[in-house]
Design a protein around this ligand. Structure first.
Ligand code: HEC
Length: 131
């Protein structure tokens, strides 16, 4: 995706095509290109920048990684498992706000106190986008 944008940008400069045909580049994505990023950040920028920030603040990354299993499942695995599941967002919101056990292994996840339902929804939507 990024490579595509870079190629596109280079192409536009070379041909002097200008910006007639505007390619949408969200502000946050532009910002991201100048920023050194962790894997989690670079995996998903733009609409989910807020969710990633939230996940950091709430300590989700102490047990989860985007693509590696840690104490909890990799978020990509979560996204895969629920890819075709109806109401996946709600299921994950429930797990985040009420806790989850027995779905991924023997270690349960306590309910994440200090995460509101709206925040959990944002986190769930981001996680589900990672597949
Ligand atoms: C202390 C470790 C720990 C922390 C902190 C933690 N998790 Fe988890 N998480 C787990 C474990 C362990 C599981 C697997 C639970 C199971 O098997 O049902 C899990 C499972 C999940 C799942 C899958 C639930 C399902 O229904 O399949 C999601 C989504 C998730 N966590 C999101 C989060 C988010 C978002 C945060 C931060 C607000 C967070 N976790 C913080 C350990 C943690």
């Amino acid at each position: 995706m990024r490579t595509f944008l870079v190629v596109l940008a280079a192409g536009m400069i070379l041909t002097g095509a200008g910006c007639q045909k505007q390619e949408e580049t969200p502000e946050s994505q532009k910002a991201d290109q100048t920023q050194k990023t962790t894997e989690a950040q670079s995996e998903n920028t733009g609409p989910f920048a807020e969710a990633i920030q939230l996940a950091k603040e709430k300590g989700c990354f102490s047990c989860h990684d985007v693509s590696a299993k840690r104490v909890g499942p990799a978020y990509k695995e979560v996204a895969k498992r629920y890819a075709d599941e109806e109401g996946a967002v709600d299921i994950l919101v429930k797990s985040i706000t009420e806790g989850s056990m027995g779905k991924w292994g023997t270690i349960p996840m306590n309910k994440q106190t200090g995460v509101t339902k709206d925040q959990a929804k944002l986190l769930a939507e981001w996680i589900l986008s990672l597949k």
